[in-house]
Ligand binder design. Structure first.
Ligand code: NAG
Ligand code: NAG
Length: 219
């Protein structure tokens, strides 16, 4: 009888706790500073020896200044994730900064492993995400305001103002990952077959080639 109750309780516990795995796993120790020299492959990175950990492992000055926005999209994303801050390994959070020239766009993309929040440092932005029911949820943001992009949903930010804009970003993953929709489909290696794109977008192969050439100009 007692065994049955315990078994039933475990089943309920497992069922209830499953959604808790929808983000980075919990850490099992205080710190696990990523050891970039290790060849060991684990979910995340192997830990550096505790004796070799310093404040530098938890520090990054790379989002202190505006990023260069003189590119095709007029925006630049600078991650402050585990690749820049090894001390973030196993901690389940990261940040970043996005700079926008006037008219600049952070083109539609998703983060497969994290929900994102942004805080407008300066300037103004038009932002939005699209739900799986194909509804656009959008908002105009001013300095000091925040907005949320739920995990996995395609989203974008555009500076329709006349001055530069910048945001600080926050993620519930040490490495949220980014798939930019246009670049993913049109600049992958090897390329996505033409007929996949001509059918999906209902255009001809010349148009597909034109987009490829513009997104990844041959050097
Ligand atoms: C700490 O770093 C030094 C220099 O990189 C290395 O020689 C040493 O083996 C490291 N200590 C441990 C315990 O891994
Ligand atoms: C952007 O500007 C910087 C500094 O002015 C320059 O070094 C860099 O090559 C430029 N990048 C592009 C893509 O034009």
């Amino acid at each position: 009888m007692a065994v049955k109750i315990v078994a039933g309780f475990l089943v309920v516990l497992l069922a209830v706790s499953t959604p808790a795995f929808a983000n980075d796993p919990d850490m099992l120790q205080d710190v696990c500073v990523a050891d970039s020299t290790s060849g060991v492959k684990v979910n995340g990175f192997a830990c550096k020896a505790a004796a070799n950990i310093t404040g530098e492992d938890f520090f990054f000055a790379g989002i202190a200044k505006p990023g260069m926005t003189n590119n095709t999209m007029g925006s630049l994303v600078t991650g402050a994730n585990v690749e820049k801050i090894p001390g973030l390994n196993t901690l389940g959070v990261s940040m970043g900064r996005i700079d926008f020239a006037p008219g600049g766009l952070n083109p539609p993309h998703t983060h497969p492993r994290a929900t994102e929040m942004i805080f407008v440092l300066y300037g103004e932005l038009d932002v939005g995400f699209i739900t799986t029911s194909n509804k656009l949820i959008s908002k105009h943001l001013n300095v000091g305001e925040t907005f949320v992009f739920p995990r996995g949903l395609i989203h974008f930010q555009q500076n329709n103002g006349k001055k530069p804009a910048a945001v600080v970003t926050a993620f519930n993953s040490q490495l949220p990952g980014t798939q930019s929709v246009a670049a993913t489909l049109f600049t992958s290696t090897p390329p996505v077959p033409d007929h996949v794109l001509t059918t999906a977008f209902q255009v001809g192969s010349k148009q597909v080639q034109k987009i490829r050439d513009r997104l990844a100009p041959k050097k």
